[in-house]
Design a protein around this ligand. Structure first.
Ligand code: UTP
Length: 294
């Protein structure tokens, strides 16, 4: 039986330049989809998958993420006094338990690989999950749960992948697919941002990983890669020389909420899935689509 995946790492130290000016003073990971911040969706997904400790790699202007995962006594007592008990319960349910969170700073945004490396002392010698909160994935069960199933069968490193249109493949990390079903297949190759003719498949890496702790030593010795940043994919390529990687083509749809189109689409899809607002929202969308009053 492989070691349990207890810890999840959430890198939230990026600058979010694609979302300026919204992200000038506010972290991208606090942007709301309907009424929940992106980081809350990622934490919910990790909780559902049985994660027991949540590690946030923060940076300047990110203190509000720490506040979000703390109790707000004044707010709680006001909600109680006003009889808003459902809202109060929901706030309390969203919180990890005391002692289940750790925050550490990536002092300079040197890239995703470097952000992950900042978690090395907190994670120690254990496998861990890595979730990029700006990749919001709508799926049931959550993607990390689907990946934990694959991990428990193999003990390998696990990467979530999804199909993409070959025309847009050059923006992503792409994997080569070996034998095995969608729920867990052998990864034969990993290529960062290939030309369409060089892509080993149309399966792209989509922001969810289960990694063995040996990744930390590899990141430490790694030179800067694409965009002058220390890239996690470069370290994973090295790790592939020593350990196996399993791909999970999950059931669900990912929204890159670091991009405007992904974020706006996610808001529509998640709002239409909410019983309390979907009907009224659909009526508004129909008015917009028919160009009346807009
Ligand atoms: P992105 O690749 O989306 O980069 O990061 P970014 O800097 O946040 O945004 P843009 O491209 O400038 O608009 C993916 C995830 O990795 C984190 C981000 O916070 C995000 O959750 N990240 C990225 C770090 O924590 N540190 C880094 O140095 C880079």
């Amino acid at each position: 039986m492989p070691k349990k995946v207890r810890i999840a790492v959430f890198p939230v130290a990026g600058l979010g330049t694609r979302f300026l000016p919204a992200t000038k003073a506010m972290p991208k990971e606090m942007l709301p989809v309907v009424d929940r911040p992106l980081i809350q969706y990622a934490v919910d997904e990790a909780k559902e998958a049985g994660i027991e400790h949540f590690v946030f790699i923060t940076g300047r202007n990110k203190g509000v993420i720490e506040d979000h995962f703390d109790r707000q006594f004044e707010l709680e007592s006001t909600l109680k006094a006003r009889g808003k008990l459902e809202a109060l319960k929901s706030l309390q349910d969203d919180l990890p338990k005391p002692g289940q969170t750790s925050f550490t700073r990536q002092q300079e945004p040197l890239g995703l690989g470097h952000a992950v490396w900042c978690a090395r002392d907190i994670v120690g010698n254990e496998p861990f999950a890595l979730l990029l909160p700006d990749m919001l994935i709508k799926s049931d069960p959550g993607v990390l749960s689907q990946m934990i199933d694959a991990y428990q069968k193999t003990g390998n490193n696990v990467i979530a992948v999804e199909e993409t249109d070959p025309a847009g493949i050059s923006s992503y990390g792409v994997v080569g697919r070996g034998t095995g079903p969608d729920t867990g297949f052998e990864i034969t190759k990993m290529v960062e941002k290939p030309r369409p003719e060089d892509a080993p498949s149309n399966l792209i890496i989509s922001g969810r990983y289960i990694l063995q702790p040996e990744i930390f030593g590899l990141i430490e010795n790694q030179p800067k890669g694409a965009g002058g940043e220390i890239q996690i994919t470069d370290a994973m390529q090295k790790l592939m020389e020593q350990q196996k990687f399993t791909g999970v083509k999950y059931n669900g749809r990912a929204f890159d909420c670091g991009s405007k189109i992904g974020f706006l689409t996610a808001n529509i899809v998640f709002a239409l899935d909410r019983k309390d607002i979907s009907h009224a929202f659909m009526e508004e969308l129909q008015i917009v689509a028919s160009n009346e009053n807009t």
